[in-house]
Design a protein around this ligand. Structure first.
Ligand code: SAH
Length: 348
């Protein structure tokens, strides 16, 4: 994607290889140079044109004039001594902040990244929304969260979840471009089977995403089995209600064959009764899907609470009603900070 900064320079990390090739050819360079540069950027993790040692000094100067290569600054790094989880607070080039979390699973390292600086969606239990919305992240800024964490930790990252700050489907074009770059075989070459995208339920975009058949896993932040409870927790439900959301989910599954994962943050007294479990079973019964129960993370601005024992009980209720449900594993418990909490501390 062609994006220029305030000085008219092109954001090189957001360019797909064919786009980079055509810009270089316009500059009078041979097409193979684009491949070399793309390799430096996406495989070798170069942060600066001066590191591209197989290019002439003259070409590196030209690249500096024509392109910008913005890096992320690691403001804070919290490392769990329990399970190798690392939480990063990054500063963007315009001074705003976003978060990423690097997690270790048996099959490798997965990173949770942010897609926007802040969020407009207003979910009541979420810290990302409290600090307010600033702007969409560029494809390069989503990729940089991965490349910076990889460089800093020395760990190869082979999975990504779009579940950090922001609503990915509210930044659709940039997210799709990011996914293309992430999976490009000349670049990071990440399999999109190892990528999950989580949404609060922007229904028209779910249909659009389905048409692209990317092979990613779609996670739906459901959090309630009926419209009254869901609208009270998530304002988006007043725009696209549960019935419309489920219709879009069924369409997504029918087109992609990918099983949808429903996120359910369990909140004491709001969505954790046996009747809630029954309503959920009625809503999702017969649909090939998975329910992920998360004891709600405490955030200091809200009084919502839950615990693992309650989550386990709710999971058992769902399983006895025939649903496929698990309680999400807790990673980095000793560095726990609910999504958006670190950014919140850094915003005035
Ligand atoms: N905007 C997207 C992705 C970012 S939020 C979405 O809504 O899905 C990632 C997940 O964390 C969502 O399921 C969100 O509902 C959940 N979440 C946010 N705050 C939480 C909290 N305090 N406790 C538990 N889950 C939370």
């Amino acid at each position: 994607m062609y994006i220029t900064d305030e000085n008219g320079r092109t954001d090189i990390l957001s360019l797909e290889l064919d786009e980079l090739t055509s810009v270089l050819v316009q500059m009078g360079e041979k097409p193979f140079r684009a491949k070399q540069i793309y390799d430096w950027l996406h495989c070798k993790g170069a942060e600066d044109f001066s590191q591209m040692t197989n290019l002439s000094a003259q070409l590196r100067d030209k690249l500096n004039e024509k392109f910008c290569l913005k890096s992320l600054f690691i403001c804070k790094r919290l490392e769990s001594s329990a399970d190798n989880t690392v939480k990063y607070l990054y500063r963007l080039s315009d001074g705003d902040h976003v978060e990423s979390v690097l997690m270790e699973y048996e099959h490798g390292n997965t990173i949770c990244i942010s897609t926007q600086a802040g969020c407009k969606m207003g979910c009541k239990f979420c810290a990302s929304t409290i600090a307010g919305f600033k702007r969409d992240l560029l494809p390069s800024e989503m990729l940089s969260q991965i490349y910076t964490a990889q460089r800093d930790s020395g760990r190869k990252i082979n999975g990504a979840v779009l579940m950090g700050i922001g609503e990915p489907l509210d930044n659709f074009d940039n997210v799709i471009c990011f996914l293309k770059l992430l999976s490009s075989k000349e670049g990071m070459n990440m399999s999109l089977r190892h990528v999950s995208l989580s949404t609060c339920g922007i229904v028209p975009r779910i249909y659009e995403l389905a048409e692209l058949k990317l092979g990613i896993t779609l996670s739906i932040s459901l959090h309630a089995p009926d419209n009254i409870t869901r609208s009270a927790l998530m304002p988006i439900n007043s725009v696209y209600n549960i019935e419309e959301l489920m219709k879009a989910c069924r369409y997504y599954f029918s087109l992609t064959g990918r099983r949808i994962s429903f996120e359910y943050a369990l909140i004491r007294g709001q969505n954790d009764s046996f009747e809630d479990a029954e309503r959920l079973a009625k809503l999702l019964g017969g649909f090939n899907c998975h329910v992920n129960i998360i004891p709600v993370n405490k955030i200091k601005e809200r009084s919502f609470t839950s615990d693992r024992a309650a989550a386990q009980r709710f999971k058992n209720m769902l399983c006895s009603l025939g649903l496929n449900a698990t309680v999400r594993r807790t990673l980095g418990a000793d560095i726990e900070a609910a999504c958006g909490q670190l950014r919140r501390e850094y915003q005035s």
